[in-house]
Design a protein around this ligand. Structure first.
Ligand SMILES: [Ca+2]
Length: 177
């Protein structure tokens, strides 16, 4: 458990969904964000990894599909020059059938700021923490833009060796303040 999570749940009987994210990440955006611009939008309609997904598509004919056989999604890269806001929001629609209950096997959304191959700042969210079985849900992760020098933002999904399939669609990377 992270220190921000322990501080957030201290003397609370019910833990809000946003607070649950602090089990993985370190910061939460508070308030209603002002969306400055869309940095990326993917509907995965031409995704060749989607053809044998056991989960029906969320939108259109195809969704990105993580499974035991597909552990990593193709990474999305956004150059530092496109980013001029203090926060980034990565949002998508997610669907599972069975829920993965073991946290170390939960598929992750990873958001990395990198300089070359070096990770300057990495935040992640274990998506199954917030995803009920047999349902589709919109989930997002907000990350602060680091003060350190970086040259690109990388967004990628990792199945974390889990076996429960996960469909992903309408993926957005948003610059917010
Ligand atoms: Ca789609």
């Amino acid at each position: 458990m992270t220190l921000p999570y322990l501080k957030a749940i201290f003397l609370r009987s019910e833990v809000p969904e946003e607070t649950i994210k602090l089990l993985d990440t370190k910061e939460l955006y508070s308030g209603t964000p002002n969306i400055i611009k869309s940095l990326a939008y993917l509907d995965f309609e031409s995704d060749s990894l989607a053809h044998d997904c056991p989960i029906p598509p969320i939108e259109g004919d195809r969704s990105l599909c993580l499974s035991e056989d597909t552990q990593f999604s193709p990474p999305i890269h956004i150059p530092a020059s496109a980013i001029n806001t203090p926060w980034i929001r990565v949002e998508g629609d997610f669907r599972c059938q069975e829920k993965e209950w073991e946290y170390w096997l939960m598929a992750q959304l990873m958001v990395k700021f990198k300089k070359g191959d070096k990770e300057i700042q990495t935040r992640f969210l274990r998506l199954f923490r917030l995803l009920p079985p047999n349902s589709t849900k919109t989930l997002f992760l907000d990350v602060p833009v680091p003060n350190k020098q970086y040259d690109q933002l990388e967004v990628q999904f990792w199945q974390s060796n889990g076996k429960k399939p996960l469909a992903i669609d309408r993926l957005k990377v948003l610059a917010i303040e």
